[in-house]
Design a binder for this molecule. Structure first.
Ligand SMILES: Nc1ncnc2c1ncn2[C@@H]1O[C@H](COP(=O)(O)OP(=O)(O)OP(=O)(O)O)[C@@H](O)[C@H]1O
Ligand SMILES: [Mg+2]
Length: 270
């Protein structure tokens, strides 16, 4: 195979003024084309972020819509059925067999109400709109602790609330990180969550002392999944996202999202 050696530097000694001018013009044109390409690439990247932000906003809107539908069409009817069954129960005091059926039916309906509330909550937590992310995290950590008996700590410095899209993204990241701990680090004995809002940025950290994992390998193996989705949500808001994991120290998910409006890359404010 023939190899052509490209000289790193051109020897301009033997060139006349005319040829030098031609080279200079070519170089100028080349630089201009390069700048044009860089501009196009950064425009495309911006468009991609805006599309991703729009798709996430549409997804959240759809989830909210479904949550309201479940509430209005299913949960409300179940609540009415539950009341009727309670009345039936009190009317069957003297008939133990019928009463047993009524009690069983009302306990099933109560379970269905609980489940539909869980579904509504997963789709769009109403507490988030009204009270913000801090009480929601606290509540989820409380039930996580009750169910897993894992020691939980929540450090909060959150004097005011950032725009709703920032809170929603942080909540989804927290939620996914906690699900991952349940699923992949069931042996974790301690989970620490920190949430801080400095006025310039919101930071969230979720740390566990579970078995840890190889982050790069996991990202390569699963290009669509919880880790990618967390990273994407942070990126859309112009934030930084990092996962540090090791066998000895467990896993730490960190996200920092600016709230000064300068480096926001899409999404809606409150
Ligand atoms: N806290 C953690 N401790 C240990 N391993 C983890 C932790 N979080 C993630 N992992 C590892 O990283 C992998 C990828 O996580 P990711 O959230 O992307 O996917 P998943 O949880 O398996 O599925 P899903 O797409 O439903 O979230 C997991 O399969 C697991 O091996
Ligand atoms: Mg996951």
């Amino acid at each position: 195979m023939r190899q052509t050696e490209i000289p790193l530097r051109r020897n301009f000694d033997g060139l006349n003024r005319q040829q030098l001018l031609i080279y200079a013009r070519e170089l100028g044109e080349h630089r201009q084309r390069e700048r044009g390409l860089e501009h196009t690439i950064s425009q495309r990247e911006q468009q991609m972020r805006e599309l991703a932000a729009a798709s996430i906003a549409a997804q959240e809107e759809e989830r909210q819509y479904i949550a309201f539908e479940v509430h209005d069409r299913i949960a409300q009817t179940l609540a009415a059925a539950f009341q009727q069954l309670q009345t039936l129960e009190s009317m069957t005091q003297t008939d133990p067999k019928t009463r047993q059926v009524a009690v069983r039916a009302s306990s099933l309906v109560r379970e269905a109400i609980r489940e539909s509330r869980n579904i509504m909550n997963d789709l769009h937590p109403p507490v988030l709109d009204e009270f913000g992310i801090a009480p929601l995290i606290e509540e989820e950590l409380r039930s996580f602790q009750e169910q897993t008996h894992c020691q939980v700590r929540f450090d909060v410095d959150y004097p005011k609330r950032p725009p709703s899209d920032v809170e929603m993204a942080l909540y989804r990241i927290f939620h996914e990180a906690l699900i991952n701990i349940r699923r992949h680090a069931p042996g974790a004995r301690k989970v620490t969550v920190s949430l801080a809002y400095t006025g310039q940025a919101v930071s969230l950290q979720v740390q566990d002392d579970g078995p840890g994992f190889d982050v790069e390998e996991a990202l390569q193996a699963k290009r669509v999944g919880g880790l990618m989705s967390m990273r994407r949500r942070a990126d859309i808001l112009g934030g930084q996202f990092e996962i540090i994991s090791s066998l000895s120290q467990g896993t730490r998910v960190s996200v920092l999202v600016p709230v000064n409006g300068n480096n926001r890359k899409g999404g809606q404010g409150r």
